[in-house]
Design a protein around this ligand. Structure first.
Ligand code: NAD
Length: 495
């Protein structure tokens, strides 16, 4: 049985001690074990990153970006290899895995522009014979802690920017999907990144805690569920680190009566069941305004019933859940919804799957008549379950969305530009789509939610990402001139 190692200073470190199973969710088979790092392994990775920082942060931007460009080319050439690894451990269908790699690669491309992004400002003669300029410098070793649902893209929201800006990285991927991170580490080496700049520590809470508390880790970028995001933000902040911690979601799609219903139904299905609903930007609640509800539910149901669920390598529309525990949790959420009075229009607990073995499947599920008091509405289900909440008006719909504790993504479907504009202004959510159900910002904008979907101030990638991984300095300069000599103990004033 393969044991997925750690990657420290450009070499594999075989795990000693605890391991956890890695499974193929489409078959249920255990395909490998992954090492779970203890504090000593986490320390070794931080030590490697700390010693590499001295040289990497002094390496010219020209040389750093040459490595980034090479990494981008290799990623482009070999993206199918990475997509296959993602499908084998996560379960999402291959096309979806390819899409994940492409969206991650866009951040690499953005980071290739680091010389431009790091340009500072310069003010000549701010005071007589005094010039001022600003610059941004890297922080040091940074930790990235990522969730299972995007084994490549979420780490790539952060590390291309961190590395291009001159930092060094310790990545702690989800122990459920560890192999993508190792593949990326080897690719960095091939691209010419010096050993120690990018390290991978596999593990669970023990490894995370070691990184959050380590005195030499300068910053932490975390993505995962809300309770762990809150814990990471609090713990790392207490240990003096810069932290951005992105949490869970419950994304609503508001459908107004004038919307194109076929488009809305297509997009609800794509955004609700893509990746089996295991996306932080998945739509999980359709808010149907007025008369739109009946025809919309009918259209979504028809499409959901036509989806083929099975092994992601077999051209299916939808793959499995990541684990048996996730499958059981989703099935019991559906049961709880039904028990609370929701109508199960399409039941994903029934049906057959195109796969061998005992995969972790739940088919597309549609619940109508869901209400805010129900657990199926309140909880982040993170599975292929679309809930329909019926409301009488736009006002009732937006009040529902704004009352939700999460604020990651949302969308409005309408043909009315004025209503869409009003929604964009009034909704308390970080990423908003107008007739776009999964409004993931491009790499040159920043990704992040509001409220319980993000702890910290700074979003991922884009210019906010560059700011997160650098700190600002302002230099005020006066070159000696005979006319400026003489004692003057008063507070300096501009002249
Ligand atoms: P998770 O919170 O269980 O795990 C995330 C990471 O934290 C993993 O690396 C895991 O090993 C580690 N971890 C887990 N429990 C821990 C603990 N008690 N202490 C310290 N570390 C711990 O999340 P997941 O199940 O891997 O991912 C799914 C969640 O991530 C969903 O809630 C989803 O919405 C969220 N997510 C959010 C975004 C976003 O951008 N906001 C993006 C992707 C996923």
């Amino acid at each position: 049985m393969t044991v997925v190692p750690h990657w420290i200073s450009g070499t594999e470190l075989p795990p000693a001690g605890r391991t956890a199973p890695v499974t193929d969710p489409a078959t249920g088979a255990e395909t490998a074990r992954v090492g779970l790092a203890d504090r000593a392994v986490a320390d070794a990775a931080v030590k490697a990153a700390t010693s590499a920082f001295a040289e990497w942060s002094e390496t010219s931007l020209a040389r750093r970006t040459t490595v980034l460009f090479r990494f981008r080319e290799l990623l482009n050439e070999r993206s199918d290899e990475l997509a296959a690894i993602i499908t084998a451990e996560h379960g999402k269908v291959l096309d979806d895995a390819r899409g994940e790699v492409a969206r991650g690669r866009e951040v690499v491309e953005f980071a290739c522009g680091m010389p431009h992004l790091l340009k500072g400002g310069f003010t000549e003669n701010a005071s007589t014979a005094v010039d001022v300029h600003s610059l941004r410098q890297p922080l040091g070793p940074v930790a990235i802690i990522s969730p299972f649902n995007f084994p490549a893209m979420v780490p790539m929201w952060f590390f291309p920017i961190a590395i291009a800006a001159g930092n060094t990285v310790v990545l702690k991927p989800s122990e459920k999907v560890p192999s993508a991170a190792l593949w990326l580490a080897r690719l960095w080496q091939e691209a010419g990144l010096p050993d120690g700049v990018f390290n991978v520590v596999n593990g669970d809470k023990e490894a995370v805690d070691a990184l959050l508390e380590h005195p030499d880790v300068a910053a932490v970028s975390f993505v995962g569920s809300t309770p762990v995001a809150a814990y990471v933000h609090e713990t790392a902040s207490r240990h003096g680190k810069r932290v951005q911690a992105l949490g869970g979601a419950k994304n609503h799609m508001l459908v107004l009566p004038d919307a194109d219903l076929d488009l809305a139904a297509d997009q609800a299905v794509n955004a609700g069941f893509g990746s089996a609903g295991q996306r932080c930007m998945a739509i999980s609640v359709v808010v149907a305004v007025g008369d739109v509800a009946d025809p919309l539910v009918e259209r979504i149901a028809e499409r959901a019933r036509g989806l083929r669920t099975g092994d992601g390598r077999r051209g299916c529309d939808m793959g499995p859940l990541v684990s048996a525990a996730a499958r059981d949790r989703v099935a019991s959420s559906i049961a709880a919804g039904a028990a609370a009075g929701a109508r199960v229009v399409v039941d994903g607990r029934e049906g057959s799957y195109d796969a061998d073995g005992e995969g972790f499947f739940v088919g597309p599920t549609l619940l109508d008549g869901v209400e805010p008091g129900m657990s199926v509405y309140a909880d982040e289900i993170f599975g292929p379950v679309l809930s329909v909440v019926r409301v009488a008006s736009y006002e009732e719909g937006i009040a529902l969305i704004n009352a939700n504790p999460y604020g990651n993504g949302t969308a409005i479907f309408t043909a009315d530009g004025g209503a869409a504009r009003r929604f964009c202004r009034e909704v308390q959510v970080g990423m908003v789509g107008v007739n776009v159900p999964v409004p993931v910002p491009m790499a040159y904008y920043s990704f992040g939610g509001w409220k319980s979907s993000l702890f910290g101030d700074v979003h991922a990638h884009g210019t906010e990402g560059v700011h997160f991984f650098t700190r600002a300095k302002v230099v005020t300069t006066r070159w000696s001139e005979p006319s400026r000599r003489g004692l003057e103990l008063g507070f300096p004033v501009n002249t």
